[in-house]
Ligand binder design. Structure first.
Ligand SMILES: C[S@@+](CC[C@H](N)C(=O)[O-])C[C@H]1O[C@@H](n2cnc3c(N)ncnc32)[C@H](O)[C@@H]1O
Length: 223
């Protein structure tokens, strides 16, 4: 383990949380995010796609659609800027928005709300990295080479809102799914700050907190 991760983990376990149990999701046995995205695009005859955070274009280059925009301040996509800058300037609407930028709760929840404002009618928002398998994969600063961040907390918050319907698809590190329609399975959880959720609570209650569904259910029933 890298020395910086060791020190960060030491302080995190003392001041925030220490929890050793792991979840055994075997992501290799599930379809990849771009395969799922392409299935939704083709089933719903979508024509426009926005990706927030593109990195090496592993997803962006594999999306088959008429019009695509990829936003990243560092690499990949076709617009070099942060998601905040993009949403400030953007005038367009999109059928499918894939959020995979900065993996911290505060940024993800902002990206979700901004995306809702530029989503076409019957559009879908997908959010990557929603099902971390270990405490160390979901810390707000990186403490492991695999890093999902605390994206999952933004999904829990969305699950408590009446005007959006939120699921998490069991594939590729967990893919959050948000539709702008009445919440079909409202999570009754009142918190003043979802950032304070603990991994231990997610570990024990993830099925209900995240509303986990299979890829088959996502493609055949939700989309
Ligand atoms: C996990 S990678 C994206 C992977 C890509 N979506 C894929 O499927 O292969 C995260 C990317 O988010 C970018 N990023 C970081 N902060 C961002 C921000 N505020 N707005 C948009 N992108 C951001 C990083 O530069 C990085 O390239």
């Amino acid at each position: 383990m890298k020395l910086k991760y060791y020190f960060r983990r030491f302080f995190y376990s003392i001041f925030v949380e220490n929890f050793n149990k792991k979840i055994k999701y075997n992501w290799e046995s599930y379809p990849l995010r771009f395969e799922i995205i392409n299935k939704i695009i083709s089933k719903r005859n979508y024509t426009s796609y926005l990706e927030i955070g593109c990195f090496k274009n592993e997803t962006f280059n594999n999306i088959n659609i008429k019009k695509k925009i990829g936003v990243d301040p560092v690499s990949g996509g076709n617009l070099r800027m942060t998601s905040d800058q993009f949403f400030k300037e953007n005038q367009e609407k999109f059928d499918l928005i894939f959020i995979d930028g900065l993996h911290v709760y505060e940024q993800v929840i902002k990206d979700i709300f901004n995306s809702i404002n530029v989503l076409k009618e019957n559009g879908i928002i997908l959010v990557h990295d929603c099902l971390p398998r270990k405490l160390w994969y979901q810390t707000p600063t990186r403490m492991s080479d695999t890093w999902n961040g605390d994206v999952w907390k933004a999904i829990v918050e969305c699950r408590t809102l009446e005007y959006i319907d939120t699921y998490t698809c069991l594939a590729d590190e967990g893919i959050g799914v948000i539709k702008v329609q009445k919440n079909n399975n409202l999570l009754k959880l009142k918190l003043s700050n979802f950032k304070n959720l603990k991994y231990k609570e997610y570990y024990a209650n993830r099925e209900s907190l995240m509303n986990i569904i299979s890829v088959e259910k996502l493609i055949n029933k939700i989309c």
